[in-house]
Design a protein. Structure first.
Lengths: 317, 732
């Protein structure tokens, strides 16, 4: 049977949800990372804004939803160091989060392709550790691919294309904002799709490392590209469906803050949980999909049941 | 209020638009010497020569200040003076039209600048006499770079396109021509004139032209298909025109009843002691809008903004005196011509996809219209006192927006559309050369490797879409942040005010400081003055200033004289027991205008201590009295600026008490012993009179802290960081 993207996404989701301790651990780690940013902001607000009576009327009018912009302006000036520090710490956290993501990808893919039916933390991190360094080499290559894509779109080639599209078009197009706006949005969309495609190819390369138990990042990337050329649509369908589900999860929770009165702390607890689970589902599903395409099960023999109305399948094993 | 200007000059300009954005023309100017001193020279601005060569004063400064990142105009242009002739001097007519000697005035900042020339007359023009002079010129306009220029598709905004006379006036203690070169950070200043402009346009323009004046007859179609338009503009000090064959030209008659604000009319009438009918601005004005086809959806918003501007400015300062007002919506690739004012014509601009509460194009329309009053009708010297038009105009703009529109909301942009929200934290900056950019995976900094120089490689670009995907604004942003138009100007306080407001505009150090010292700082100063003296006095003061100097060239001292005349007797806290503290305007002006002092009042400490009463039986001979408190409120003046200020204390039972602090000492204490109520909060300047106060957060103190906002701020930052880190967890 042809591997199904959606069925594998479902299998990945089942796997992620059947590993609650892993989810809880990842959620907690991400929460702790985010607290590094949030705590100084809260501290600064407590020091500089909690004693302020000047915007009480704004709070009373709108339950702290409609805030005056001057408050942020004065806050940023009153505590430039504190807020800047909170912002500055985000940069190293981005790098850490990206490296942590490498660890998670290897953990989820390892769980997905692990013949042992154990979904515990130990198996997860054992797998993560086992594949971490090949994954790290892939990560470096991925950064190079991102840089290449960025140069392609926003560097000389993209610049020349933009120049041609904007300046060498008929005058009527240049004078019309719709054209320029279309080019600008088009570049943004193409760039986002290009980044997504790189991410999917890199994930496929990861899956190939885990599935084939290999170490070479270069050959994994080549295998992934070959896979992409043959089954790219299937991979894209899986990843796209996963992202769609993630978008629906975000939309549901955000809308619940409006009509169901979901408090902010509820959002802070639930939102990452769903997103982490769905990303786990995507990575697991992709590994399963890759494995099924590249290690197809021997053809199953089938025979009609005696009644002749239903087909029964025999395991080939 | 004068009905007409002094009409110092008559301009008659015959010109034609040729191919390649070239204007061939002849200016015939009659200049009347209305001063008390003779002169044998005529000084002329040729602003368009700022773009004739790389080494003009303008482009030299643009390079020094890295205007637009140091980008030069895509093409050079400039104006060639082909002939200067004398037609008449005093009572003598020169039928032979003899050529006059003239020369470019060398400038210290750039020796080859050709933005000013001087024509030498054969004899002096005595006070009361006139001189008639003719200048032939050919102006090549450049692609839109700053304020004027062309776009594709035959769009051309012709501003500063003709040689224009300087102003002969008292300057630095003597009579001289006020005619400096075209500087990057200044705009324009000239004498009032009557214009007749005969403009011949090629057939391809289809007669699609708007201008500073009105046409009193249909355009004439010439045998070669060209059209000739004659525009008349009286009592103006400049003339601009725009052609765009693709644009739509829409016209509507203005009717004040469509915009009437009865409460505001009554307020103004009461302040002036006049019947409402006398202050109601009721004049016949035709609103003209040159609109780009793709901006059709903004037609109503443009007209409404113009209509409201005609109404409120007219109500506050006196009716708009001209028969037309024209607004130009610039072509997409000539946006640099937008947001600029000329008499009876201004350019605005809008980006598609704007959220309704971002107030675009309303903000720019109201502002540029405002220059009809502050620049057009009150013609101040923008070379030296640019704040006198930009500051008054910004002040009026913010007041009008506050009066006639809902407050704007903070927005972000994704895929070309604005949405409401404000990020709880700033995205980490990742500029080339900064190794920290690597930490945010934005850039890779490669060190120099032998033959290869150091390189900065962009790994990832956070354009609007990527930022959206990473930050997830619907979940993490503050959803509703109101940008009050007046308080929004407080963003000026990000900039160090290192040059006082009285610094001549052409001596400002940098562009950022122009934005502060010319626009927002004076507007905040005027707003503070208005609140200090009270609305009634303010209405009288500003209206008197406008009407006294309509068609005039007031200086800062003239404005301040009006303030002293109309605002004397104003007191801070006049309604409080004791009658408050008088405002000494000279002190205020010395600090706000000539000085660089900052206003910053703050609460230092607020405590409720148990009141002690004598009780021999108690240990130490005193005991705490039940239900009685000693209240200690201690305030500080952190800035050097001294001005009286009201202080308000709110007690636990909700009662409110106010006092006035004269603001002279650096500290001030309000102590109340044996009060039966604890104080709950203290606010310095509770009515937000001092918008010049640099820090409002220290102006108040709640005794019991309000932690709600801090918790929410922390949670927003948490959500934001979770989103960003989740996104980066999937990168690579």
């Amino acid at each position: 049977m042809k591997p199904s993207a959606l069925r594998n996404l479902g299998a990945g989701a089942r796997l992620a949800l059947s590993a609650p301790r892993v989810l809880l651990c990842l959620w907690a780690v991400q929460f702790l990372f985010a607290l590094v940013v949030a705590v100084p902001v809260h501290g600064s607000a407590l020091e500089h804004l909690a004693p302020v009576a000047g915007f009480v009327e704004d709070q009373a009018n709108a339950g702290l939803r409609l805030l005056p912009a001057w408050l942020f302006e004065d806050w940023a000036r009153t505590d430039p160091g504190g807020l800047a520090a909170a912002g500055a710490v985000v940069a190293p956290l981005m790098l850490l989060a990206s490296l942590f993501g490498v660890l998670l990808a290897s953990g989820w893919m390892h769980l997905a392709l692990d013949p042992k039916p154990s979904h515990g933390l130990r198996r997860f991190f054992a797998g993560a550790g086992e594949h971490f360094f090949p994954f790290l080499r892939l990560w470096v290559m991925a950064l190079a691919l991102y840089a290449f894509a960025t140069w392609l779109l926003w560097g000389s080639p993209g610049g020349a294309l933009q120049d041609w599209l904007l300046n060498d078009r008929p005058p009527a197009a240049a004078a019309d904002e719709r054209w320029g706006r279309g080019v600008e949005i088009g570049f943004s969309l193409v760039y986002a799709l290009l980044l997504l495609q790189i991410e999917v190819v890199v994930d496929l390369a990861r899956a190939s490392l885990v599935a084939a138990k290999r170490q070479s990042a270069v050959s994994a990337l080549l295998r992934a590209m070959a896979f992409w050329l043959r089954h790219g649509w299937s991979a894209l369908k899986l990843v796209g469906s996963g992202l769609l589900l993630e978008g629906l999860w975000i939309g549901l929770l955000v809308s619940m803050t409006g009509w169901a009165g979901l408090p902010l702390w509820g959002l802070a607890l639930l939102l990452p949980w769903g997103r982490i689970a769905l990303r786990g589902a995507r990575w697991s599903g992709l590994a399963l999909l890759y494995h099924q395409w590249t290690h197809p099960a021997p053809a199953q023999k089938s025979r009609p049941l005696d009644e002749g109305t239903v087909w029964a399948e025999d395991s080939a094993a | 209020m004068p009905a007409h200007s002094p009409k110092t000059i008559d301009y008659q300009i015959d010109c034609a638009l040729l191919d390649d954005h070239v204007i061939q023309g002849t200016v015939t100017a009659t200049w009347r010497n209305q001063s008390d001193a003779p002169t044998s020279e005529l000084w002329w601005h040729v602003y368009n020569n700022a773009f004739a060569a790389r080494d003009s004063v303008f482009l030299t400064e643009a390079h020094r200040m890295q205007h637009r990142g140091g980008l030069l105009p895509a093409e050079f242009g400039g104006t060639e003076i082909q002939a200067v002739r004398l037609l008449g001097l005093g009572r003598i007519d020169f039928d032979t039209r003899p050529p006059l000697p003239w020369n470019w005035v060398a400038q210290a900042e750039a020796a080859d600048d050709r933005t000013v020339f001087k024509a030498d007359l054969p004899g002096p023009v005595e006070p009361g006499q006139s001189v008639v002079i003719q200048v032939e010129f050919q102006a090549r306009m450049i692609p839109a770079y700053r304020r004027n220029g062309w776009g594709s598709d035959d769009y051309l905004h012709a501003a500063q396109w003709y040689p224009k006379l300087g102003v002969f006036e008292e300057l630095d203690g003597g009579m001289q021509w006020n005619c400096p070169p075209y500087h990057l950070l200044v705009e324009f200043y000239a004498d009032y004139a009557d214009f007749i402009v005969r403009l011949t346009l090629p057939e391809r323009i289809h007669g699609n032209v708007v201008a500073s004046g009105e046409q009193r007859a249909e355009a004439e179609t010439l045998p070669d298909g060209h059209t000739r338009h004659t525009f008349y503009a009286e009592d103006v000090h400049d003339f601009a025109w725009t052609v765009d064959p693709q644009a739509r030209i829409l016209e509507r008659e203005w009717n004040e009843a469509d915009y009437r604000d009865v409460a505001e009319e009554q307020k103004v009438a009461a302040a002036l002691g006049l019947p409402v009918e006398e202050v109601r601005p009721d004049s016949a004005v035709r609103m003209i809008l040159l609109l780009q086809p793709e901006d059709a959806e903004y037609e109503e918003r443009y007209f409404t903004a113009i209509g409201k501007s005609l109404y409120y400015y007219g109500l506050w300062y006196g009716a708009y005196p001209y028969p037309t007002i024209t607004c130009v919506d610039p072509a997409n690739d000539a946006g640099r011509t937008g947001g600029m004012e000329y008499p009876r014509l201004f350019t605005a601009g809008v980006r598609r996809g704007g959220a309704p509460l971002s107030l675009s194009p309303e903000g720019v329309t109201v502002h540029e219209f405002g220059h009809q009053y502050w620049y057009g009708l009150v013609g101040t010297d923008e070379f030296r006192h640019a704040w006198m038009d930009e500051g008054f105009c910004t002040f009026s703009t913010q007041r009008l927006l506050r009066k006639a529109y809902p407050a704007a909301w903070a927005t972000y942009t994704v895929l070309g559309r604005q949405r409401y929200g404000r990020a709880p934290l700033a995205w980490p900056a990742a500029t080339p050369g900064d190794p920290r950019a690597m930490l945010s995976l934005a850039r890779l900094e490669l060190p120099s490797l032998g033959q290869l120089p150091a390189r900065s490689v962009e790994l990832w670009r956070s354009d609007g879409l990527q930022r959206f995907l990473a930050e997830m604004p619907p979940a993490s942003y503050w959803p509703q942040v109101r940008q009050d138009s007046v308080y929004g100007m407080r963003r000026s306080y990000r900039t160090d005010f290192y040059q006082p407001m009285d610094t001549p505009s052409l001596a400002l150090f940098e562009e950022d400081l122009r934005g502060v010292n010319t626009y927002r700082r004076p507007a905040l100063t005027l707003e503070t003055m208005a609140r200090l003296m009270g609305e009634e006095r303010w209405i009288r003061t500003l209206r008197a200033y406008h009407q006294r100097y309509r068609y005039g060239h007031p200086r800062p001292r003239d404005w301040f004289a009006v303030v002293r005349e109309f605002a004397s007797g104003a007191r801070v806290g006049a309604d409080l027991p004791g009658g408050g503290v008088p405002i000494v305007w000279q002190n205020f002006w010395d600090q706000a205008y000539h000085g660089n002092e900052l206003i910053d009042f703050g609460v230092h400490r607020v405590v409720n201590l148990p009141h002690l009463v004598r009780d021999e039986a108690a240990p130490g001979g005193v005991r705490e009295a039940d239900g009685l408190w000693d209240i200690h409120i201690e305030l500080r003046r952190f800035g050097a600026f001294e001005v009286p200020v009201v202080v308000e204390a709110t007690f636990a039972d909700g009662t409110v008490s106010r006092r006035v602090w004269d603001g002279r000492e650096s500290t001030w204490a309000w102590r109340q012993l044996g009060s039966d109520q604890r104080v709950a909060q203290v606010v310095v300047d509770p009515d937000r009179v001092l918008v010049l106060d640099r820090n409002w957060l220290n102006n108040s103190r709640l005794v019991d802290l309000n932690q709600d906002f801090a918790i929410r701020a922390g949670l927003r930052a948490l959500l934001w960081a979770q989103s960003v880190l989740h996104y980066f967890g999937g990168v690579g």
